[in-house]
Design a protein around this ligand. Structure first.
Ligand SMILES: Cc1cc2nc3c(=O)[nH]c(=O)nc-3n(C[C@H](O)[C@H](O)[C@H](O)COP(=O)(O)OP(=O)(O)OC[C@H]3O[C@@H](n4cnc5c(N)ncnc54)[C@H](O)[C@@H]3O)c2cc1C
Length: 347
C-alpha cells in the first residue's frame, strides 16, 4: 500500500501558495486513483495551523507539522531536517511536493538521506494498471515527454508550478500532529538576515500572469523613418506591463544586445529569454512583438496555450503555424493604441 504525503511549506504570512495547492491536487488525484492508498499532509513553517485549516476539506486523513521560528525561513539544514522527520513519521512511500526554489534545493538531499529517489520537473503523476505509479517529465528542452516509474521508496516528486490545476478544496478545522525535530547548533549556523529582491514594479517575470508578453530585437532596429526608437520602445513596453501585469519574455537577440553595446531595453536580462537556451514558461496566452518567431525561440512557447504575434513581415516564422493569430502591423502603433485603451479602462 502506498502512503502518499503532500509535503509543503507555508509562505511568510502562514498561507499556502498556489504551487502548494497544485501539488495537493496531484497528491489527492493519485490517492483517488489508487484503491489501496493512504493520503496525509505534512506542513513546515513558523506556524502551520492556519495553512492546515485552509485545506481541511481535502481527503487527507492526517496532518503532520513542523513549526517554529527556526522553520520560518528557507534554510537547507533546518528544512532538510524537518522534511526528513515528517517523511519518516508519516511512513510516506510517495512524497509529492511543489517545485519551489525552497524545496528544489532541499528534497534531493532528503531523498538521499532516506535511501529514496527524487524526480524534479514533474508535470504529471498517474497510476497505470500495467505500470503502477508513473511520472511525466519533459526532456531535451521540452521536445520529448517521458513517462517513468520507479520501484524505490520513498519516491519524492517535485511538481512544476503552473503545470496542474490548483486544488479548490475548502477550509475547516483540523488537528495537526506536531513532529519534534532536534536541531544541532550546526543546523543554525546560517542565519537569514533578509531578502533582497527587485521592487514590485521592476519585477518583470511573473509566472502566474495570464499573459506572456514577448519583445524581440525589432523594437531596437531602425524603423521606416531610418531611425531606431529604443527610448520610445522602452516607454511603450513598460507602460503595457504596468497596465496589464503581464510577464515579460524576450528573444535571445534582444537580451544579447547589451553585450554588444547596442541600444537596449534597460529592464531586460537573460532571465527574460524564452526559447531553446532560455525558459519555457507556462501562461494561458502569449503575445509576441517585433520578434521573428524562429524555431529556437518558439520552442520555448510549447506550454503557452493561445499565441498571437505582431510583426511587419507577413512571412515571419509566426505565420508558419507557430501563432494562432498574426497581426501584420507596426508594433509601435499597435501597442500605443493598446496602452491608450487599457489606460482608459484601468481604475
Ligand atoms: C543554438 C541556438 C539556440 C538559440 N536559442 C534561442 C533562445 O533560447 N531564444 C531565442 O529567442 N532565440 C534563440 N536563438 C536565436 C534565434 O534563432 C533567433 O536568432 C532569435 O530568436 C531572433 O530574435 P528576434 O526575432 O528578436 O530578432 P530578429 O530575427 O532580428 O527579428 C526581428 C523582427 O522584428 C520585426 N519588426 C521590426 N520592426 C517591427 C515593428 N515596428 N513592428 C513589428 N515587427 C517589427 C521584423 O520584421 C523581424 O521579424 C538560438 C539560436 C541558436 C543557433
Amino acid at each position: 500500500m502506498e502512503t502518499i504525503l503532500l509535503l509543503t511549506h507555508t509562505e511568510n504570512d502562514g498561507t499556502l501558495a498556489k504551487s502548494a495547492r497544485e501539488a495537493l491536487h496531484v497528491a489527492a488525484s493519485l490517492h483517488k486513483s489508487l484503491a489501496d492508498s493512504k493520503f496525509v499532509v505534512g506542513l513546515i513553517g513558523e506556524n502551520v495551523q492556519a495553512a492546515a485549516n485552509s485545506i481541511a476539506a481535502c481527503p487527507a486523513t492526517k496532518y503532520f507539522g513542523v513549526a517554529g521560528k527556526d522553520f520560518s525561513q528557507s534554510r537547507y539544514a533546518t528544512d532538510a531536517a524537518a522534511a526528513e522527520a515528517i517523511s519518516k513519521t508519516s511512513g510516506a512511500t510517495i512524497v509529492v511536493a511543489p517545485a519551489t526554489s525552497r524545496w528544489n534545493r532541499v528534497l534531493a538531499g532528503v531523498a538521499q538521506r532516506l535511501g529514496g529517489r527524487v524526480d524534479t520537473h514533474v508535470t504529471g503523476v498517474s497510476s497505470i494498471p500495467t505500470l503502477g505509479v508513473g511520472v511525466n517529465r519533459w526532456y531535451y528542452r521540452q521536445r520529448m515527454e517521458a513517462l517513468l516509474n520507479r520501484k524505490q521508496r520513498p519516491w519524492f516528486m517535485l511538481i512544476d508550478p503552473g503545470s496542474q490545476p490548483a486544488c479548490q478544496c475548502g477550509s475547516g478545522t483540523v488537528q495537526v500532529e506536531h513532529v519534534a525535530v532536534q536541531l544541532s547548533d550546526a543546523c543554525k549556523r546560517t542565519t537569514v538576515i533578509g531578502v533582497r529582491e527587485p521592487a514590485a514594479d521592476a519585477q518583470t517575470i511573473r509566472p502566474d500572469a495570464q499573459l506572456l508578453f514577448v519583445t524581440g530585437a525589432g523594437w531596437t532596429k531602425k524603423q521606416s523613418d531610418g531611425q531606431a526608437h529604443a527610448p520610445e520602445a522602452e516607454k511603450l513596453i513598460r507602460g503595457f506591463l504596468q497596465l496589464s501585469r503581464a510577464s515579460l519574455g524576450s528573444s535571445k537577440s534582444l537580451v544579447d544586445q547589451s553585450g554588444e553595446g547596442q541600444a537596449v531595453l534597460s529592464f531586460l536580462s537573460h532571465l527574460n529569454q524564452v526559447g531553446q537556451t532560455g525558459a519555457t514558461p507556462r501562461h494561458p496566452k502569449g503575445l509576441s512583438t517585433c520578434c521573428h518567431g524562429e524555431e529556437p525561440h518558439t520552442v520555448g512557447w510549447r506550454f503557452v496555450a493561445e499565441r498571437r504575434a505582431i510583426n511587419l513581415d507577413p512571412n515571419c516564422g509566426w505565420a508558419r503555424g507557430k501563432a494562432d493569430v498574426l497581426y501584420v502591423a507596426d508594433a509601435f502603433k499597435v501597442m500605443a493604441k493598446v496602452n491608450e485603451l487599457l489606460a482608459a479602462t484601468s481604475p
